[in-house]
Design a protein around this ligand. Structure first.
Ligand code: DAH
Length: 345
């Protein structure tokens, strides 16, 4: 039996050393060290020996088993290491290279612009108030002092959902929502959001765009408050060197109504009076917002008594100022979702 054991040991060692891949390891293990392996069957044969021979032989078998077990572990380790270094050579992988950073996105240019606007008005005590994008004819027009069939409706080319429901053409209906919610408190809110117009899409107009509406209601609010707030806004948004101009205008929901212009950057660049460029259509001025004192009829529709309360409102575009600031010549890029454009800001 001793001879048998020694042969097994030698054969086992030789075969183990001849293995050249980790795939071959399990097979070897089962053959020599497994529960049905050769060494185990030798151990089982111990019972056939005399009681004098048995302990010595058992000891030898266990020593060989121990020895093969250690050799196996050593071989396994070597083969795994060789395997890894071969793999690395084939894959041409340099684990010492720094990893490639994942690209992270950033806020859309419109969102960036909106947030700048929020911040400026927040500093003046305005809260953000959100109103519905799908509106009734009543809120979008009638309560804003624009009755059915009134010619002023031509100012807004409208997407009609049905005879009574529209995609809001401006953020002004939010004024009514805010007034009805806050009455009888004074109000200072801005109302940002998407608006829709059934217009031909051109470099200067999209059928969807953002506006920010503003509304202040109080006991003693005057046109000069509006002028002060809008001058402050224009300076914070576009720089103190910009001049702001107020022109008389018409909107059904304000009386008096004004439009707010800002001096164009073309005048700023050469340090002289604005002479004009393509952006400002050679006038030296850019339109920023429509505004005015809230019409008594609108105050009343919001629940406020015009004898007691007064207020101002304004509405401004969001994409157009961004266009101007970054010298972008086509508003359609904003919603084209082309990363080559969006990544620049
Ligand atoms: N809603 C107007 C528009 O979309 C803009 C506007 C003008 C809003 C005057 C106002 C305002 O609040 O007072 O053309």
């Amino acid at each position: 039996m001793l001879e048998q054991i020694n042969m097994l040991r030698e054969k086992g060692q030789n075969e183990l050393n001849a293995l050249n891949s980790t795939d071959q390891l399990p097979e070897w293990y089962y053959r020599y060290l497994g529960r049905k392996g050769d060494l185990t069957s030798l151990l089982k044969q111990l019972g056939t020996l005399s009681s004098e021979e048995r302990p010595a032989m058992g000891k030898v078998i266990n020593e060989v088993k121990q020895e093969l077990q250690e050799s196996f572990e050593l071989r396994q380790k070597t083969l795994r290491e060789t395997n890894l270094s071969q793999q690395l050579e084939i894959d041409d992988l340099d684990v010492t290279l720094p990893g490639r950073p994942c690209t992270t996105g950033h806020l859309h240019l419109t969102t960036q612009t909106l947030r700048r606007i929020y911040k400026i008005f927040q500093e003046m005590g305005f809260q953000v108030y959100e109103a519905p994008e799908v509106e009734s004819d009543e809120f979008n027009f009638q309560l804003l002092n624009i009755p059915e069939y009134h010619p002023a409706r031509d100012m807004w080319d409208t997407f009609w959902v049905n005879d009574e429901v529209v995609l809001r053409t401006h953020t002004s209906p939010g004024q009514i929502w805010a007034m009805r919610e806050y009455y009888p408190e004074p109000i200072r809110v801005i109302l940002p959001g998407k608006c829709y117009r059934f217009e031909q899409i051109t470099p200067r107009s999209e059928h969807q765009f953002f506006q920010v509406e503003g509304l202040a209601i109080g006991k003693n609010i005057r046109l000069t408050d509006l002028i002060g707030v809008m001058s402050e806004f224009a300076h914070k948004m576009y720089g103190v060197e910009r001049k702001v101009r107020f022109r008389g205008s018409y909107f059904p929901f304000t009386e008096p109504s004004i439009e707010i212009d800002m001096s164009c950057s073309c005048g700023e660049e050469d340090g002289t009076e604005s002479s004009g460029c393509r952006l400002c259509k050679y006038t030296g001025w850019l339109e920023v917002a429509g505004a005015g004192m809230v019409h008594p009829a609108v105050l009343r529709n919001g629940g406020y008594d015009p004898e007691e309360w007064s207020g101002f409102a304004f509405g401004m575009g969001v994409e157009r100022p961004a266009l101007l600031k970054h010298n972008i010549d086509d508003i359609r890029y904003f919603y084209g979702n082309d990363l080559r454009f969006l990544q620049q800001f």
